[in-house]
Design a protein around this ligand. Structure first.
Ligand code: UDP
Ligand code: MG
Length: 344
């Protein structure tokens, strides 16, 4: 939402229960009732007030109907329907914006993140950790190609990204209120959540778990989307690719000097029988390629500057059905009663 200064500020969530569970939903209708059943069983056993915020990210199947059914049947369910599909990262942000809990749990709605792990996350939070992330022990039901590319990506981000991404950790995690506030203060359009989570810092702790295969439906990630996701990660956290051009240029210049010297010498010593078409072609093509690639890299960054400069709101809310979970006692004491975004 835009404030007077024209910046996109996070809407302040109303004080809420002890736990807010945020689950982005995109075409997950078949699996949702089962997901909520398992989630509710786990959360109820924690003996604290909680709410589940389902963010419908412009689903084209019956997901929103199913969610509205859940909302009608269970007052701990909040449904936030976005105006269209904004992508998981933005859907997550929308959910987090509306989470009033003292601790917020982020979980996929496809049952790949087992809700049964949540008590362990909560236990670590009660020990005082701000960011408790679930770390995969094994990757079931994923191709070797996905495993390999994921591995490469983590290495790259650790090497040049400037943020230490925990390996094999996704978005499934628990975030304390203060870490959440820090997270939500970053309103960039290009949201690489894994990176933002790591950027925030605060005492963090992994909890190991086994990632299950999808319960129903299918993953929306194509190889092309994963590639773009990786570019998002790199450009969001490092300008190293921009510097790369400097060093490639430097290397080419050194090579050119040596090559040029060699040609002069050869001509002086042996005369000039005009050879060199292959080497000429090689140099021209190489330089052309290097220049286009550098332009492309600059374009990637320029495009991002362009997108950020527009300062559009991150998402638009089509419908918001808040939960009626009891407010946690701590939130009442703090007394920061502010109306939630999109309640009007
Ligand atoms: N999702 C979403 N918007 C999208 C794509 C996915 O909200 O545009 C949700 C999806 O419903 C699921 C979670 O994000 O709850 C993870 O998506 P997916 O299972 O496709 O990703 P993967 O588990 O393969 O990383
Ligand atoms: Mg999934």
């Amino acid at each position: 939402m835009l404030d007077d200064a024209g910046t996109t500020q996070p809407p302040k969530a109303a004080p809420g229960p002890t736990f807010s569970v945020v689950a982005p939903v995109f075409n997950e209708a078949p699996g949702l009732p089962e997901f909520h059943r398992r989630l509710a069983a786990v959360m109820t056993a924690l003996h604290a007030s909680w709410e589940a915020i389902y963010v419908d990210d412009g689903s084209t199947d019956a997901s929103l109907d199913v969610l509205q059914g859940l909302h009608a049947a269970d007052r701990r369910v909040a449904v936030l329907a976005l105006s269209r599909n904004f992508g998981k990262e933005i859907a997550l942000t929308a959910g987090l914006d509306h989470a009033g809990g003292e601790a917020v749990i982020v979980i996929d709605a496809d049952l790949q993140d087992p809700p049964e792990v949540i008590p362990e996350l909560v236990a670590a939070w009660r020990e005082g950790y701000d960011m408790v992330y679930a770390q995969r022990r094994k990757r079931h039901g994923e191709t070797w190609l996905k495993k390999l590319t994921a591995d490469l990506f983590y290495r790259l981000m650790q090497g040049v990204g400037g943020v230490r991404l925990p390996r094999n950790a996704g978005d499934f995690r628990l975030i304390s209120r203060r870490a959440l506030q820090a997270l939500l203060s970053m309103r960039e359009q290009h949201r690489f959540m894994k990176g933002l989570f790591a950027w925030v810092g605060f005492p963090s702790k992994p909890v190991l778990y086994d990632r299950a295969p999808r319960a129903a439906g299918r993953s929306k990630w194509t190889m092309w989307q994963l590639w773009n996701f990786a570019i998002e990660g790199v450009t969001g956290f490092t300008v190293m690719p921009l510097k790369l051009a400097t060093y490639v240029g430097l290397a080419v210049a050194v090579f050119a000097a040596i090559f040029g010297g060699q040609i002069v010498l050869r001509t002086l010593l042996f005369g000039n029988p005009v050879p060199g078409y292959p080497s000429l072609m090689a140099v021209v093509l190489f330089l052309g390629g290097a220049q286009l690639m550098t332009l492309g890299v600059m374009g990637e960054y320029l495009g991002r500057v362009f997108n950020e400069a527009k300062r559009r709101p991150l998402y638009l809310v089509e419908r918001y059905l808040p939960s009626e979970a009891p407010v946690s006692t701590a939130a009442v004491v703090q007394g920061d009663a502010v109306r939630g975004f999109g309640e009007e």
